[in-house]
Design a protein. Sequence first.
Length: 68
Amino acid sequence: MNSRAALFAQAIRGPILLITVGILFALHQSGVLSFFQTWPLVVIVAGVMMLIERLFVPRGPNPGGPRL
């Protein structure tokens, strides 16, 4: 995977989290769900975004040297 994909994953992290929080607040205001019951979704989305970033980060050389 390349560093371009990693940069893209980092760039969309903030907007994705803002959209998620906005949707949860909209659901709270409409009376469908309480935000206090759905806030763990924000933590899950943040974790998934971090996982995606880690998948796309290019791996550098092994600092401990080659393994045999």
